[in-house]
Ligand binder design. Structure first.
Ligand SMILES: [Zn+2]
Length: 333
């Protein structure tokens, strides 16, 4: 058993309070490997941004939970090495689906966990969330819960249809579950195909798909019910066309990939939304770098040759998100 404080990590409590008060959002970037982690820490350190490192159940299976934990511990030291005197780094479990998984992460040094009971009946979601909160809070680990259902595919999490969070439920849910933050559903979606073409309109100038707007009315109602309470948006990649184009140009096939427009995420960041989850965009930047490099240099076989390009694409992407979309830059002491 190790507590996150021994690893130099922080929980989300103070971080979220400052973000809500300051009208910005903390980036929550998923990672599975070394290059992604290097890129996240480089971008957040150079921009002086707090950051949430997210590990999904699938990432734990892919990379091994012990390795991931030590990578996160190393990330704190790496941030210091990069000149960040007081890094604020959270290690967070994304979409925990059982009490046992959440407990195991708390015991392994995670500073924050999500228990996703959103597919359960309302009362069962409260009961499961409460059980995780009671355990996690003994170790000062913060807990994210979810109410409402997002569409899309993320690791094992698959939902055909979305159901917006019901604002009339949020007070009761947050009070009885004791959660520290709440992921809501207002039209964001997991994956790189967030909307079917028939749900979108087409931009007459570029011919590109324009997704339906987020339900800001639902967000604002929730904010009124729970003033200052930290709200989380999942499935908030923008699916930048530049990376999709590179992938498709160099042998990939991602037709009609579509994400959430950045203007809408920028607007959400100014509200009680204080954590925005971004995963697919990093995968796209990574894959674009690898495909482009290998297509242009058929003789390359050293993973560092294409890993470096992929890493640089991700660094640019993360910095752009921090500075131009979420506004979390220059927030560290
Ligand atoms: Zn999610």
């Amino acid at each position: 058993m190790v507590n996150f404080k021994e690893l130099g990590l922080v929980n989300t409590r103070e971080m979220f309070k400052k973000a809500v008060d300051g009208g910005y959002a903390i980036p929550a970037f998923n990672f599975n490997n070394l290059e992604q982690l290097q890129a996240i820490i480089t971008a957040s350190s150079e921009t002086k941004s707090p950051v949430i490192l997210q590990v999904s159940k699938g990432a734990r299976n892919y990379a091994n939970q012990t390795l991931l934990r030590y990578l996160a511990e190393g990330a704190v030291q790496y941030a210091k090495e990069l000149g960040c005197e007081h890094p604020e780094i959270v290690l967070h479990l994304d979409h925990g689906d059982t009490f046992e998984l959440c407990k195991s992460c708390v015991d392994m040094g995670f500073s924050s966990v999500m228990i996703d009971g959103s597919s359960l009946p309302y009362e069962e979601n409260i009961a499961l969330t409460k059980k995780v909160v009671e355990y996690a809070h003994q170790y000062d680990v913060t807990v994210e819960a979810e109410l409402g259902v997002l569409a899309g595919v993320e690791d094992d999490v698959v939902a055909e249809e979305s159901h917006y969070t019901k604002p009339e439920e949020v007070i009761d849910f947050s009070q009885r579950s004791g959660c520290d933050s709440l992921a809501i559903s207002i039209g964001t979606s997991h994956g790189a195909y967030k909307f079917k073409p028939e749900q979108c309109t087409r931009d007459p100038k570029t011919g590109r798909l324009v997704p339906p707007p987020l339900a800001f009315n639902v967000l604002h109602e929730i904010e009124k019910k729970l003033p200052g309470f930290p709200i989380v948006l999942h499935g908030s990649s923008s699916v930048p066309q530049e990376y999709v184009d590179i992938i498709n140009k160099f042998g990939g096939n991602l037709p009609n990939a579509v994400g959430i427009p950045e203007e809408q995420l920028r607007e959400a960041s100014k509200s009680a939304v204080c954590k925005i989850n971004i995963d697919s965009d990093s995968r796209l930047a990574y894959t674009a770098g690898v495909r482009e490099t290998l297509a242009q240099h058929p003789d390359y076989f050293d993973p560092r040759q294409y890993g470096k390009v992929a890493r640089n694409y991700m660094i640019d992407l993360y910095k752009h998100k921090i500075v131009d979309v979420l506004g979390s830059d220059n927030k560290l002491a």
